[in-house]
Design a binder for this molecule. Structure first.
Ligand code: BES
Ligand code: MN
Ligand code: ZN
Length: 496
């Protein structure tokens, strides 16, 4: 879909040809003698619109308005959450009429977060997955115009929002593809395709190179699969070479059967989404390539399947990670941490400013936080705060969970340096404690997106989260040499 930002007041908007004009109506204001203001006034007078967000009214070919359909959508005080739900509801209501050109008009004041919310909601509500359909029915929407009284000051927020849509849609596409259309090799090819963007480079390692690096934990997970593993190293260079990069590490299990510790059959298909961390890294690079910010970013993706096979790892097997630490694999279904620990160790070589891993890591995180907020863990308070704030600003929220050392007790074993699982209690935290053992050389954060990366049920599909959170965080790192997150990277690390 093509997005455009256009100077539009209520008067001009009435002459704008469109299949649908969505008017975001604030609780007060938007008065005047024009047709749109008259429509708003009439609805308010009849008590049909209310001043609370969520309510909407649809008019067909109203007199004096060029658009075929006009949706009045109440946004209350006009905050980003209200704008988001108003646009989602309006696009949903319009679906039956298959609009091609839509105008979203801010009848009240617009700010940066509101404009971003409108753009992302329009894209989210009209997104359709088509890749593996024989007769695709893509969205009819071709053009979405965002109309604002004075757009000049909001141009950069708008451009960022559009780049975010492209990143989110790239992540959704790869997240949604079934396992046989998103193998480790295909996922690596998707990463390589991003090198068409300026300043993006990509290197792909196979089993031989990964074995030579000594990534024994990653290799162990991949050994039960007929699909060869891939290790993707993406680089975006927007700042001088010597500037320490932000490193993103995305879990890329293209299908998780659980291995010998087999998962139950019900809903196992959803384990095709177990590479959504990797997909979010790809989505971030897609957006970076478009926005060209002055930062350096490295993206690391360990990609493989977790399968059940004659060569597969068995409960009790002990493997040696690249860091030298030995790991007793008590449950082959706790495979994400095994591939991530080697990628985290690999991250050291970039002398990173910060390392953030993104993973559909634990069912326990879904129990803890549901599908609303991602789990956030960090050894660095400033980094945690920056990520939390980026989540709030982009409506892609997360919530920090603790890393007290007592949570690591259950990972102790007689047979190796560490076990890959503890008990059921605090499962999202014990998984993070396992990862933390491989992060002592840099400020580190972990996002557990098991609850937020996709939706189940009738609306099953990838959400593209946490691309908005990550891109917002990264854009905030531009020229942030004196900022708290950077400063903290240089001081001694806190461990809890
Ligand atoms: N990919 C799963 C986590 C998951 C499960 C995400 C369900 C979303 C929904 C991960 O590899 C896994 O299987 N984790 C286990 C860990 C356990 C064996 C300690 C889990 O959460 O059950
Ligand atoms: Mn698993
Ligand atoms: Zn998994």
């Amino acid at each position: 879909m093509d997005f455009q930002l256009k100077p539009l007041g209520l008067v001009q908007a009435a002459t704008e040809k469109a299949d649908a004009l969505v008017v975001l109506v604030p609780a007060t204001g938007a008065d005047g003698k024009d047709r749109i203001a008259a429509l708003i006034a009439a609805a308010r007078k009849a008590g049909d619109l209310g001043d609370k967000p969520g309510k909407q009214l649809v008019a067909y070919r109203p007199e004096g308005i060029a658009a075929t359909r006009v949706v009045l959508s109440a946004v209350g005080q006009g905050d980003a959450v209200a704008v988001r739900s108003a646009v989602l509801a309006a696009v949903q209501a319009l679906k039956g009429s298959a609009p091609k050109r839509m105008v979203i008009l801010f009848a009240g004041p617009a700010d940066a977060v509101g404009v971003s919310a409108a753009v992302s909601a329009a894209a989210d509500a009209s997104y359709v997955y088509t890749t593996t359909k024989s007769k695709p029915e893509p969205s009819t929407l071709r053009q979405c115009v965002v109309g604002i009284d004075k757009p000049a000051t909001l141009k950069s927020a708008f451009d960022t929002a559009v780049a975010l849509v492209h990143g989110v849609e790239f992540a959704k596409e790869w997240g949604n593809r079934p396992g046989n259309h998103c193998t480790p090799t295909q996922l690596a090819e998707a990463a390589r395709s991003l090198t068409r963007l300026p300043r993006v480079k990509c290197e792909v390692l196979g089993p031989k190179e990964v074995a030579a690096l000594g990534m024994g934990a990653f290799l162990a997970v991949a050994q039960g699969s007929a699909e060869p593993l891939r290790f993707v190293v993406l680089r975006y260079q927007g700042a001088a070479k010597g500037v320490a990069p932000q490193v993103l590490v995305g879990k890329g299990i293209t299908f998780d059967t659980g291995g010998v510790s087999l998962k139950p059959a019900a809903e196992m298909d959803e384990m095709k989404f177990d590479m959504c961390g990797a997909a979010s890294v790809l989505g971030v690079f897609r957006a970076l390539g478009e926005l060209q910010p002055a930062i350096n970013v490295v993206g690391l993706i360990p990609a493989c399947e977790n399968m059940n096979d004659g060569r597969a790892i068995k409960p009790g097997d002990v493997v040696t990670s690249m860091s030298g630490q030995t790991i007793e694999i008590l449950n082959t279904d706790a495979e994400g941490r095994l591939i991530l620990c080697d990628a985290l160790d690999y991250a050291k070589r970039f002398s990173p400013e910060a390392v953030i891993d993104i993973a559909t890591l634990t069912g326990a995180c879904v129990i803890a936080l549901g599908g609303v907020r991602s789990g956030l863990f960090s050894t660095d308070d400033a980094l945690a705060e920056a990520l939390h704030a980026a989540g709030e600003a982009s409506l892609d929220r997360c919530w920090r969970l603790p890393l007290d050392d007592e949570y690591a007790e259950g990972l102790k074993t007689q047979f190796a340096d560490v076990a890959n699982v503890a008990g059921r209690a605090g499962g999202a935290i014990t998984a993070a404690k396992f990862l933390q053992r491989f992060t002592s050389e840099f400020p580190w954060a972990h996002l557990d997106i098991a609850g937020t990366a996709w939706k189940s049920g009738a609306a099953k599909g990838s959400t593209g989260r946490p691309v908005p959170l990550l891109v917002t965080y990264l854009l905030g790192r531009q020229g942030a040499a004196a900022s708290p997150a950077t400063a903290s990277g240089k001081r001694a690390r806190k461990t809890a």
